[in-house]
Design a protein around this ligand. Structure first.
Ligand code: SF4
Length: 312
């Protein structure tokens, strides 16, 4: 059975129900039940996190792998994941660990304390910690405690997130969060509802709040054939980033490969990614990168001041 930890950001309701305020689902959970993410449970009228002591991935990655291209380039980031996600994307590339609590495989992982994680980051010469691979919003307590401790030791913190965070979650983590890459997966609410089992608007609001809070933001869009690859939709994404977040916010347009439940379509043609690049440039974005295309000329770190490539 998963070890329990007191959850943050929830409120009690009548008859021992609780409302979780971490993500846009804002689940109302009756005693004994779980939230949509399946890693938060109402135990006797109190909300508990079930994945605080369940680290499932711990690696030293280049920061560019997040991808974060304009944040501490050329440095290492200690990358941490606990199981679970509040989305259910059929094209998830980390579904073995993101969907395991939902797929009946339980919440397995190792107990690694924030102190041990920060010590590991120091020992492995990491300039930052990254909460990544799964959704850090749903292992918020472990991320928060670790990021806070990391700051005290002079180490930065990053999220790689779907951005489905409440304003309260953004406000709570922002003082200890230095950078975030948000996966803006589409610009149609219908797609968010049907494919991700979520909604678009909270993601857009969280992105604006993160920029306003002074967190360094980069955006990734996995361009999936016949899902979000029309010039109109890519244009809407680019205009939102340039207009609402700022033209200096990097946009990573990333190549889809068949995975998990979405095996019915081909990989994204390189020409589509290059089209997205042109659309982004027309919208005024200064920094657009093609991702998941090894060797492509636009998959390298670029200095935001002089445009020089290849810091790594
Ligand atoms: S994190 Fe989101 S999905 Fe999980 S319980 Fe809270 S509101 Fe629901």
């Amino acid at each position: 059975m998963a070890e329990m930890h007191d959850a943050m950001l929830w409120e009690p309701l009548e008859e021992q129900a609780v409302r979780c305020e971490l993500c846009g689902h804002r689940c109302v959970i009756k005693p004994g039940n779980y939230g949509v993410c399946r890693v938060r449970q109402n135990v006797g009228g109190k909300l508990k996190s079930l994945n605080y002591s369940a680290v499932v991935a711990l690696n030293v990655d280049p920061i560019e792998k997040k991808p974060l291209f304009h944040f501490l380039p050329g440095t290492r980031s200690l990358s941490i994941a606990a199981p679970g996600c509040n989305f259910q994307c059929g094209f998830c590339q980390n579904w073995q660990i993101s969907q395991s609590p939902r797929n009946g495989r339980g919440i397995a992982g190792k107990a690694v304390s924030p102190q041990q994680l920060v010590t590991a980051a120091i020992n492995y010469d990491c300039a930052s910690m990254s909460f990544t691979y799964t959704e850090p919003t749903v292992f918020f307590e472990l991320s928060y405690d670790t990021a806070k401790l990391a700051h005290e030791r002079g180490i930065k913190s990053c999220f790689v997130s779907n951005g489905f965070m409440t304003p309260k979650a953004v406000e709570t983590i922002a003082p200890y969060l230095d950078a975030i890459n948000v996966d803006l997966k589409a610009f149609r609410d219908e797609t968010y509802r049907r494919v991700m089992k979520a909604r678009l608007e909270p993601v857009l609001e969280a992105l604006k709040a993160l920029v306003a809070a002074g967190v360094w933001v980069e955006v990734t869009t996995l361009v999936v054939p016949e899902l979000n690859d029309s010039p109109e939709e890519l244009g809407d994404i680019a205009k939102f980033i340039a207009g609402e977040l700022g033209p200096g916010v990097p946009w990573h347009v990333s190549r889809f490969h068949a995975d998990y439940k979405m095996t019915d379509r081909r990989s994204t043609p390189i020409e589509t990614l290059e089209m997205a690049g042109r659309i982004g440039a027309q919208a005024g974005l200064k920094y657009i990168y093609c991702g998941n295309v090894p060797g492509h000329a636009d998959e390298r770190t670029r200095c935001p001041s002089c445009g020089h490539k290849d810091f790594t």
